[in-house]
Ligand binder design. Structure first.
Ligand code: GLC
Length: 725
């Protein structure tokens, strides 16, 4: 699908920008740098400002008719008629809500994510939205952070590929509305590295880690044409991103040449005061403008102080002009001057179309990860005549929407109970018992749940988090099952009936008892409006799970951060570490293993896959060559399936230490039973570099290891060498 590139300069657009700019008063320029919330300001104040040309953008405002009303004030009543740009959080769907982004990332399927984002764009654009505050591309290696739910996990290579897919989807050409939607890479930068996984918390890291791990998905998003970027709440190395010249000018403009506007996060300009960077709002406005912040989201720092700061000579008007150019350029590229209004009859013909709902089911099925399937308990076979469906999420219609569902509606969703009722043969008896609440100490009907389990051939427990336990401002220090769910689980387990656990969450969970005792575990995430049908299809074998984890699952909170691209240290643990108290002085714990419960890239299928015959076809490569590695993947089971083959490398010796594994390739391979396929990876050697001692990107000569396999913990091993010169 072709898509718009908003990160470019078009001469005829620039001429129009300049013609507009020279007509603008200082107040009108500041207006374009101001984004308001109608709810926060109040409708009268908001409309008055819009008519006076003092508003460039409105956020969290929905509905074509309502948006047209505001747009009419801007386009027809303000002096210069500059249209508004309407921004909303269309994170994983607009009304057709898809699985949360972390779940979508477990498909490892860029084309599918592009299709999902395009559907979101179709619905949002048809309803008057011009700008989505997505994709969220923050790398995260700490599942205590609630916003891990919104991203693509722990790996910059995968994160970059999926960021580009989402940008292409959101900015797709030929939307039914005839309008465009511009994406916004966020939160710039390193928000996912908040200390302790506590949202909004301090971020402090080396420039090398920032550049090697946290910046690549942003750079990739801009290379895919993303038109805007949102600065993050956090400070980075002492300077909050919102007023950080290193991020907003040196990296974004001078190094990357990004031409779009930087939008502050919600009230983040004003938060420079509690950060302790600014003494008051005027200082916050001055610092932000000088650092390169182009648009102030709802803090009103620019609205109140910026014109005075310019008149006082504290902020050059040239700085304002640059910011206004970026905003006008964007509005012109969006076509808002030619088409400020949306066809108000369109949305009802677009929203929740059947093809969109079918795509949401496909994405939900492919995002779910089979974590365990001992003795082939799944898929449930013909011998299962009585099913007990138990748990606070078994008939849930809300939590499955996930965080940032915005205008998604409970009534649009299918619960797991709905899913089973839709596909279960009439001959199979289905009993549903809630068992306990999602949170809280009440255990109203654990006994009824146990009785139902005793009377069944299998007990399916649907457990996990509510949508309010992940997403913004929802970090957790303990990552186990909330409320009395563990008690319910153990009580049903004690009934002796085989148990299948279906987990719903916005993050990896800490589930040592469950992982140890329960024979079959499906991670269903918060899977969007089709969660329930997807779970039923997978458990009944109508769909074969193929999802693979994009964030490692820790055994305990004490292990965090645990991720695949770790450093070896001078005293690496042997194997996965040991638990004993006369330690051989290795980099490990006294009381916990080193390895995650489930590694990055891990996921099971109802069939099996073997990896054979690794060939490093280019054992010696130059810095500008292409590494070519291939292997055979074979379906060893009795049914068709999709395997996500992964390629990892390790740079054995460097001028700075290098991770023990880095993902540098992945491929979805669809195979019928008994069939095999040669999978060939071509990796530009330039992609194997890092930011060196002098803080330039380098590819160093030396020996590498390479693996092709099913996840970060295992694979066929080979080696190659990058030659000098
Ligand atoms: C929020 C979030 C950001 C979102 C914005 C507008 O606080 O941090 O991701 O896009 O405000 O809702």
């Amino acid at each position: 699908m072709n898509a718009y590139n908003f990160n470019q300069i078009e001469p005829q657009i620039e001429q129009r920008v300049e013609r507009l700019l020279v007509q603008m008063t200082l107040e009108e320029k500041v207006g374009q740098m101001t984004q308001i919330s109608v709810d926060r300001l109040g409708r009268d104040e908001a409309e008055q400002r819009i008519r006076q040309g003092q508003v460039g953008s409105v956020l969290t405002f929905y509905g074509a008719a309502e948006i047209n009303r505001l747009q009419k004030m801007a386009a027809e009543e303000s002096r210069l008629g500059i249209p508004l740009i309407i921004g909303n959080d269309v994170i994983h769907g607009y009304r057709t809500i898809f699985p949360i982004p972390l779940a979508e990332s477990c498909t490892w399927d860029p084309a599918l994510l592009e299709a999902s984002a395009r559907i979101a764009a179709e619905e949002a654009s048809a309803d008057g939205t011009d700008w989505t505050f997505a994709p969220m591309v923050d790398i995260c290696r700490d599942p205590r952070w609630g916003r891990i739910a919104e991203g693509a996990g722990e790996d910059p290579f995968l994160g970059a590929a999926l960021a580009q897919a989402r940008v292409r989807g959101f900015q797709a050409a030929n939307l039914a509305s005839g309008r465009k939607l511009v994406a916004c890479a966020k939160h710039y930068a390193a928000y996912g590295a908040a200390e302790g996984g506590k949202d909004y918390n301090t971020v402090d890291m080396s420039e090398r880690r920032l550049r090697d791990v946290y910046l690549p998905p942003f750079k990739a998003a801009f290379e895919a044409g993303a038109g805007t970027v949102m600065s993050s709440f956090n400070e980075l190395n002492g300077v909050p991103s919102t007023a950080n010249p290193f991020l907003l000018r040196q990296v974004l403009r001078e190094e990357w040449g990004f031409v779009g506007p930087v939008l502050a996060d919600y009230n983040a300009l004003k938060e420079l005061i509690p950060h302790g960077l600014a003494a008051d709002l005027q200082e916050a406005a001055r610092l932000s403008a000088l650092a390169g912040l182009d648009m102030d989201m709802v803090a009103d720092g620019y609205h109140i102080h910026l014109a005075d700061l310019v008149r006082a000579g504290q902020v050059p008007e040239a700085v304002i002009d640059e910011a206004v150019r970026r905003v006008l350029r964007l509005k012109l590229m969006l076509g808002l001057f030619e088409r400020p209004f949306t066809d108000e009859t369109l949305a009802e013909t677009i929203i929740l179309k059947e093809e969109f709902r079918e795509k949401a089911l496909e994405v939900a099925q492919k995002s779910m990860v089979l974590l365990k399937n001992e003795g082939g308990l799944l898929p449930l076979g013909q011998n299962v005549r009585r099913i007990a469906l138990i748990g606070p999420l078994a008939d849930d219609h809300h939590e499955i929407l996930g965080c940032w569902y915005r205008i998604g509606r409970d009534e649009d969703t299918e619960s797991v109970l709905d899913g089973f009722r839709a596909v279960l043969p009439a001959s199979v008896q289905l009993t549903h018992v809630r068992g306990c609440d999602l949170v809280g100490a009440e255990t109203p009907d654990i006994e009824a749940a146990v009785a139902a389990a005793r009377a069944a051939d299998v007990a399916i427990l649907v457990l996990g988090e509510g949508e309010f336990m992940s997403g913004e401002a929802h970090s957790r220090a303990y990552l186990g099952l909330p409320g009395q769910q563990q008690a319910l689980l153990e009580a049903v387990y004690a009934s002796g009936t085989p148990v299948v656990a279906v987990l719903m969450s916005g993050r990896p969970l800490v589930i040592p008892w469950l992982a140890n005792h329960i024979p079959a575990i499906l991670q269903a995430w918060h899977g969007g409006i089709r969660t329930g049908r997807a779970v039923a299809d997978i458990l009944l074998g109508r769909a074969n799970p193929s999802g693979k984890l994009t964030a490692s699952w820790p055994r305990s909170e004490g292990q965090i951060p645990v991720y695949h691209a770790y450093k070896n240290t001078g005293r690496p643990a042997e194997g996965e570490g040991t638990i004993q108290f006369n330690k051989p002085h290795r980099a490990e714990y006294l009381d916990e293993l080193n390895t995650p419960l489930y590694p990055f890239g891990y996921g099971l299928s109802y069939t099996g896959f073997a990896y054979e015959d690794l060939r490093v076809e280019t054992p010696l490569v130059g810095a500008n060559d292409t590494l070519v590695v291939s292997a055979t993947v074979r379906n060893t089971g009795q049914r068709a399936g999709v395997e996500i083959a992964q390629l990892y490398v390790r740079d054995l010796v460097g001028s700075v230490t290098r991770p023990v594994k880095e993902l540098k390739g992945f491929r979805r391979v669809s195979l019928e039973p008994g069939r095999q396929q040669r999978v060939r990876f071509e990796v530009p050697v330039q992609a194997l570099g890092f930011w060196g001692l002098d803080m330039t990107y380098i590819v160093e000569p030396g020996k590498f290891k390479v693996w092709v396999g099913p996840n970060a913990a295992t694979g066929l091993e080979g080696e190659f060498e990058v030659k000098a010169g």
